[in-house]
Design a protein around this ligand. Structure first.
Ligand SMILES: O=c1ccn([C@@H]2O[C@H](COP(=O)(O)O)[C@@H](O)[C@H]2O)c(=O)[nH]1
Length: 586
């Protein structure tokens, strides 16, 4: 763990079950390779994961079984360690490559900005030359304009100890928001291509491994499964997914299994497959990225766990964090503000903080300061909670990593503009089928349909006694199924396999569904409704806003859109924290 990270807390554990073929899986790490410095149960860092993997590979060798490491993309954007440097990722690429990842693919975040896709092509692909797979992704050379596969389309190899013959694919969901230097081919089209058909018809491996930046409940994985199964009725097929930022597992039939391993390096996924008998059996665990859990699963302790390589990686991260000055404090948050742990609107909701305080203060164009305006932001623009205490340079990127700017359309009739928010939040009833789905404006956790889950509240058994800030690691009120030790709030995953997937037994956390967008009314006259307003919105949601205006009876087009203020939302937000929150934390 990093210097300054909160101390880990031991919790009741469920063990890992080893099989003949075993996997460790990371996804959607979004630059959190320093771990969660403020959260006790996720505070291990990439160096600890390097040590963990070394020990687990040794255990596999001792048992004569095999272990493979998988990463399914979105490694960048979302944490100061990646975002705070110029250029972005100055330290990240060298830190990430220290892990020996056997099968790796691309996420959508590697592709939003052309410069990020260039770096993926120039650094991560060569760093993992034999292991990187791009089944449906091409790169366009900026000099020649030539289009070629980002990496090999599939990988065939034999495992180290048992020589298990594996064919692996690496997919990205049907993403359309990529920069112009990449081409994402829809999965349905890719699986019709000759190369894919030849592999699934002729290769006859022992196991197919499909990794993808794709939610395990998404259609893309189901289509790939069907295409492979059609020609391989008995071959085990395992899937490693991501993108939706949730812990999830399912099986598409009795010889297949799929796992998604959460987000932000909170989770290290574990899947084991027992191949020996007629029908394969599968097991999954969601390992909290808690150093005490990593000790538990390896049977080691603080002095025997860190390997030399792991220690060096931890030092590399600490040096990078110091050089980037990530602990620089902008202000001190007076309390926790939650994305989904509080309802919206609510005094503890980060979206209410934005609507009531931050947006009215930052959505100001000096030349139009007197003009009433509606400011609309998509909830997906916010990526993480704000915890009581220090709001740092790092926190800025954690909460808002995007380069989003505010655009506007001047003087929109209020009778038209007032309808826009309702339409953006309407769940898509009025959309035509070809339009980019509405839910893409919301947080990734809601990108497959999700309901609020609110647990019965019980008084906590003990208060936080650790004497330091431990936002997610505080003690919870306990869990119905568990009368043993006091539990700490954290993941209590229910997936298609059951409710025993988490390696750590936790107290529940509420999940409140949030709308696609929120809106602040700014500088409205007190006496009566305005005739016209400036309609201000995040540039990311422009296509939806224009569509909603059209449906509302407006005639505005992209030609009417102008820049409202030059700064990014992230800069405006951290300036607000500087001005409005005390510099010193108690
Ligand atoms: O500029 C941007 C880019 C993305 N978003 C939001 O993020 C999700 C995608 O997040 P993943 O981590 O890839 O799942 C997207 O749907 C938007 O909600 C944004 O707001 N601005």
């Amino acid at each position: 763990a990093q210097p300054g990270a909160v101390k880990p807390v031991a919790v009741p554990m469920r063990d890992l079950k080893w099989g003949t073929l075993n996997f460790l899986h990371t996804t959607d790490t979004h630059g959190w390779h320093a771990g969660h410095l403020q959260e006790s149960q996720y505070s291990a860092d990439w160096g600890d994961y390097v040590s963990f993997a070394e020990h687990m590979r040794r255990k596999a060798d001792e048992q004569g079984v095999d272990l493979l490491l998988v990463d399914t993309g979105d490694r960048v954007e979302g944490n100061g360690l990646y975002d705070a440097s110029t250029p972005k990722g100055k330290y990240y690429y060298d830190i990430y490559r220290q892990q020996n990842v056997d099968i790796i693919c691309t996420g959508n975040h590697e592709l939003y900005q052309a410069s990020t896709a260039d770096q993926e092509h120039l650094q991560t692909v060569p760093n993992f030359r034999n292991n990187y797979i791009a089944s449906n992704l091409d790169y366009v050379d900026p000099k020649t304009g030539e289009r070629s596969p980002m990496a090999q389309r599939y990988r065939r190899f034999k495992t180290k100890n048992q020589r298990i013959d594996i064919v692996a694919f690496g997919f990205l969901f049907d993403f359309t928001g990529n920069a112009k230097n990449t081409v994402v081919q829809p999965v349905k089209k890719t699986i019709q291509e000759d190369w894919f058909q030849k592999v699934v018809r002729e290769s006859r491996p022992d196991v197919f491994v499909v990794i993808g930046h794709v939610g395990v409940q998404m259609q893309e994985f189901k289509d790939i499964f069907r295409a492979i199964r059609l020609h391989n009725p008995n071959t085990p097929i395992v899937f490693f997914g991501g993108h939706v930022h949730v812990r999830d597992a399912t099986s598409y039939d009795s010889r297949s299994f799929a796992i998604a391993s959460g987000r932000y390096f909170e989770t290290i996924g574990w899947m084991s497959v027992e191949l020996g008998s007629d029908a394969p059996s599968f097991h999954r665990r969601y390992i909290d990225n808690n150093i005490l859990g990593l000790y538990h699963h390896t049977g080691l302790n603080a002095s025997t766990f860190p390997t030399e390589h792991g220690r060096n990686v931890t030092s590399m991260i600490a040096k990078a964090r110091a050089e980037l000055d990530l602990d620089y404090i902008y202000g001190c948050a007076p309390k926790d503000y939650w994305m989904t742990r509080a309802p919206y609107p609510h005094e503890n909701s980060i979206y209410s903080l934005l609507e009531k305080q931050i947006l009215p203060a930052i959505v100001v164009n000096p030349k139009r300061a007197q003009v009433p305006r509606l400011a609309i932001m998509n909830t997906g623009a916010i990526r993480f909670d704000i915890f009581k205490g220090a709001f740092t340079r790092d926190t800025t990127f954690i909460v808002s990593p995007f380069l989003s700017v505010l655009n506007y359309i001047p003087d929109v009739p209020y009778r038209v503009a007032r309808k826009v928010l309702g339409l953006l939040n309407s769940g898509g009833q009025i959309m035509d089928e070809d339009f980019v789905p509405w839910h893409l404006m919301a947080i990734p956790e809601q990108q497959v349909p999700r309901k609020s889950v609110i647990y019965e509240k019980k008084p906590p058994k003990v208060s936080d006694s650790m004497g330091q800030q431990v936002p997610l690691g505080r003690f919870g009120g306990g869990d119905d199924a568990h009368d043993g030790p006091v539990l700490i709030e954290g993941y209590t995953t229910k997936d298609d396999i059951g409710d025993d997937g988490d390696d750590a037994v936790h107290a529940n956390i509420d999940f409140h569904v949030v709308p696609n967008c929120i809106q602040a009314e700014i500088a409205f006259p007190k006496e009566k409704e305005p005739e016209t307003v400036d309609l201000v919105f995040f540039d990311f949601i422009q296509p939806w806003v224009l569509f909603a205006l059209k449906v509302s009876g407006g005639n505005q087009t992209a030609a009417d859109v102008k820049s409202y203020v030059p700064d990014t939302f992230s800069d405006l937000m951290s300036e607000w924290m500087k001005k409005n929150w005390p510099r010193k934390c108690d």
